[in-house]
Design a protein around this ligand. Structure first.
Ligand code: PLP
Length: 371
């Protein structure tokens, strides 16, 4: 049976040659490949600094730690995200404060942020869900008013534009992931981008055992360094980004156009001033029964799908730590019950999309009946 993956990274002869070269040079830890990758990523995003990490999670954690986030601080973020966004807050001893999302964009709802601010609030982490930027003008306005640090979780948003400016260069800092399902990949890997010299300096120290020079430890730090082996892949990938984004945009346009015919699936709304980079292609169904049926119809036809994301506040650990209950973030809950991500990636072809759409069309009556 045909098998269509939800995501598939581009790994071609260039990536293989790049890794082979690094191995031949026996550069197994951090060196000039990482430096070059940081430089080209900073040039791409347009920030003064780009600092490489061994994961997007590590970049997020150090981004917060470099700003001096400490126990008891409260950090506002979306519950409709991958666990890493909130995990790093808890790992620093701080408290994640969730704010519900907008039902159309599925990004944090800026109209609800101010009521979540207390005297302990120190930062906002807007997550650019699926590759569409959050409402940054409003978020930055609030942050300025309350003196809050804005760290964009741009893990899913390489190449996403907000009012013509790239994700990662909108807040005080931004973080990216190069996990294999992302728009550009290195395997495990991440990047912190910022124009803040102090923050960049502190982040470099924290990610490398707290050293500001060899065996000179000025902080308690982590070992979160990216390897040259990994950076070599990133250097090839960053040259591919325009091609990947263009291809994904075409795929997304096709889906959006076709889905107008179905009243039971509605793609995530894209604001006119945003350029979505489609790390994920998310559709909303009318209810959970319909979403679950759509998922199993597609899975049975060999089409991989994903529920991204089950709202974090209902995950066992967040319920246990903070006593969250069903009903507290109704929009995120509804999204968790009705959202489904369908395949979109650089190798996906129009005929694959036609196949996916046909499978849905054939089950249209059954799905409509679940309204
Ligand atoms: C929104 C978000 N934040 C953070 C991460 C963590 O990145 P990584 O897997 O590179 O640690 C991911 C994805 O993996 C993500 O989707």
């Amino acid at each position: 049976m045909r098998r269509i993956n939800i995501a598939e990274p581009i790994i071609e002869a260039e990536e293989i040659a790049a890794v082979t070269q690094v191995l031949k040079e026996k550069r197994l830890s951090q060196g000039e490949y990482v430096e070059k990758f940081e430089k080209s990523f900073a040039e791409y995003v347009g920030t003064n600094h780009a600092i490489a990490f061994n994961s997007g999670t590590a970049a997020l954690q150090v981004g917060l730690a470099a700003k001096g986030i400490k126990p008891k601080d409260e950090i506002i973020t979306s519950p409709f995200t991958f666990a890493a966004t909130a995990n790093v807050i808890v790992l620093l001893g701080a408290k994640p404060v969730f704010v519900d999302i907008d039902p159309e964009t599925l990004n944090i709802n800026p109209l609800l942020i101010e009521e979540a601010i207390t005297s302990n609030t120190r930062a906002i982490i807007p997550v650019h869900y699926a590759g569409q930027c959050a409402e940054m003008d409003e978020i930055i306005r609030i942050a300025k008013e309350y003196d809050l640090f804005v760290l964009e979780d741009a893990a899913e948003a390489h190449g996403s534009l907000y009012k013509k400016k790239l994700a990662g260069n909108l807040g005080d800092a931004g973080t990216f992931s190069f996990y294999p399902n992302k728009n550009i990949v290195t395997g495990e890997g991440g990047m912190l981008t910022t124009n803040d010299d102090e923050l960049a300096k502190k982040a470099r120290i924290l990610l490398n055992h707290g050293q500001d020079g060899r065996y000179h430890h000025v902080e308690i730090g982590w070992n979160y360094k990216m390897m040259d082996l990994v950076a070599a892949i990133g250097l090839v990938q960053i040259k591919r980004i325009h091609h990947i984004l263009k291809h994904k945009k075409e795929l997304a346009e096709y889906y959006i156009d076709i889905f107008r015919e179905f009243d039971f699936i509605r793609p995530q709304t894209v604001r006119s001033y945003n350029l979505h980079s489609y790390m994920l292609f998310s559709v909303l169904t009318s209810n959970q029964a319909q979403r679950d049926a759509l998922q199993s119809i597609l899975e049975n036809a060999g089409v991989e799908t994903r529920i991204a994301f089950p709202s974090l506040h209902l995950q066992p650990i967040f319920r246990r730590l903070y006593g969250f209950k069903y009903g507290q973030f109704p929009v995120a809950e509804k999204a968790s019950e009705t959202v489904l991500c369908i395949p979109i990636h650089a190798y996906l072809q129009r005929e694959d999309q036609e196949y996916i759409v046909n499978v849905i069309q054939e089950s249209q009556k059954e799905l409509e009946g679940l309204k």
